[in-house]
Design a binder for this molecule. Sequence first.
Ligand SMILES: *[C@@H]1O[C@H](CO)[C@@H](O)[C@H](O)[C@H]1NC(C)=O
Length: 329
Amino acid sequence: MMPLIALTLLILGVATAVPTSDDNLVMFTIFTTHGSNISLPCTLTRHSGFSTGMRIKWTKFSRDKTMETDVLVSMGFHNMVYDSYQNRAFLREADEDDATLIITNVGLDDFGWYKCDVIDGMDDNTVLFSVELDGVVFPYFPRLGRYNLNFQDAQRACQEQGASVATFEQLYEAWRSGMDWCNAGWLSDGTVQYPINNPREPCGGEQNSAGLRNYGYQQKSSSFYDVFCFNPQLNGRFYWLDQPDKLTFDEAVEACRNDGAEIAKVSHIFAAWKMQRYDRCDAGWLADGSVRYPISNPRNKCSPTEAAVRFVGFPNKKHKLYGVYCYRA
Ligand SMILES: *[C@@H]1O[C@H](CO)[C@@H](O)[C@H](O)[C@H]1NC(C)=O
C-alpha cells in the first residue's frame, strides 16, 4: 500500500519554525544556532502493514538548491548515514512510523534545505525544511558617520542597539544567505571584514570572487571602522505606531512610551524584517536617532530591487517628518 507522509511540526530547544507554502510544496523554516540539536519532523502513515522495499531518504540541498547530498537512507533495519553526518544524524524512531531526522551539533555546513522522501515507487508528498541560522547580522555605524568606531566603541554600539558584535561564523552565514555590504566592519575576533556577493570595483575588485573581504586583525584601540552586529532573536513585538502626525525624535520616544512600549532599536527592525518578514513602506524613527523602514516585498518607491531594511539617514532630531517604530518586550 502507498504510505503517506503526514506532517507534524515539532519545536526542539531553541529552534522556532515558520511554515510557508509555495504551490504544493510544504515548507518550513527552522531557525537554529551553532551547536544546537534540531529535529526535522517526518511521519509515515501506513494504511496497512510494513511494505518491504520501502526506503526513507533524507537529502540536503545547498541554499541555492544546486548541490544535493545524501544525509541518511533507511532500509528497514539498515540505516546509512553519509559523510559529515556520521555520528550526528539519526532517525528518532519514536515509533515505527517516525522518520523524524535529528541532527546534533549543528555547524555551518548544515544550513540549507532538507527533504524527506519515502521511496516505494509511488511517493508524492514532499516536505522541505529550510534550516537557517537564528538571528540576524546587520552592519552598523552611528550618527558620527562611517568608519568612526574602534573595537571598544563597536562593542558598545552593538550593545546599545540590543545586539552583540557578530562572530566570523555569523557574518559568513549571512554572506551565504546573500548579504552584500561594501563597508568594512569589526567582528568579535578583532578582525575587520565585509561580505560581497556581487564583486565590483570599489569593493575588493571585480576579478575577485564573491566572499568575505578580510582586512585581518586591526589595532583595537586606534583603528576605526563600522561594525557588524548580531541579534539572536526577537522576543517582543516590533510595530509601526499608528498615529496621525509626523513626529520629532523626542515626540517619537514619548509616543512609544505612551503606548506602553519603547522606541525600537536597530536590532529590533532587522530581527522583525528577517524573522517575521515585516514589511512597511513608512520611514520611522529608531532609538539611535536614525530613520529606517523594513521592506520584505520589493516594490517601486519602497525598495524596488531587493528586500532590505532601508536606511534614510540620521536626520536632524527636530525635523517633524517621520513616524516611529516601537518595541514592546
Ligand atoms: C544534543 O543531543 C546530544 C545527543 O542526544 C546530547 O548529548 C546533547 O546534550 C544535546 N545538545 C544540546 C545543545 O541540546
